[in-house]
Ligand binder design. Sequence first.
Ligand SMILES: NCCCN[C@H]1CC[C@H](N)CC1
Length: 291
Amino acid sequence: VIPGWFSEISPMWPGEAHSLKVEKILFQGKSDYQNVMVFQSATYGKVLVLDGVIQLTERDECAYQEMITHLPLCSIPNPKKVLVIGGGDGGVLREVSRHASVEKIDICEIDKMVVDVSKQFFPDIAVGFEDPRVTLHIGDGVAFLKAAPEGTYDAVIVDSSDPIGPAQELFEKPFFESVARALRPGGVVCTQAESIWLHMHIIEDIVVNCRQVFKGSVNYAWTTVPTYPSGMIGFMLCSTEGPSVDFKHPVNPIDENDSQHAGRPLKFYNSEVGCSNTCLLSLTPKLPQRW
Ligand SMILES: NCCCN[C@H]1CC[C@H](N)CC1
């Protein structure tokens, strides 16, 4: 390890490690679920790390939070009730709040320390918790969904960490089945779905499960996030049976300067990006997972 640098070394991306120059460590703690750290980097702003894995940086979080939120919410005409699983930093909530049609936002985050640390060190991301439509539930997303009445939500966003640790169950079939049950007919789900350069085996399993569970459409979309392993990350975009959803052609364009967020315009997402970055997995090249 190079002194003064943070390297993201993990068995999930063997043989490689993205590094960031550290100016100052701002917080280190251990919650009931994971190690939590915040540091000031030299060129990406503040950085949130869980169990040694970069969750977000102030500089590039917009690409992830805007895409994971607006890809699904712009694909259906009038999203009203939205559920966020994970997302304890508040960034997805900030993006959901831009949609004036939304009346209710539930969020279920398992680790309260992530919420508290985000509010303390990332106020421009945790601002999402201030929206009066938001109800925060601290608990296990799997259990929350099992308890949700059938057909409750128009959209579910699964903003998870990686399938090692607390988020493992969020990548398995029973969880997708509980998401499908909690969605209304024609409802949509968008999940964090890893990198086509590193995790094709995980993605292929997720696609098999999603094709069995979601009888509408199943797409894989992606965006670039320089501080995530391989510099990109993908999303599974699925819809249940019912009114058809075409993720390539958003029907609900987001107003760039939506009054819900005066003074905080979008930094990354726009309708063009929204449709161009969505591809059927079959079109994704079979990339060498290691050389
Ligand atoms: N809202 C924070 C996003 C967390 N998403 C994941 C963090 C860990 C990465 N390896 C994959 C994305």
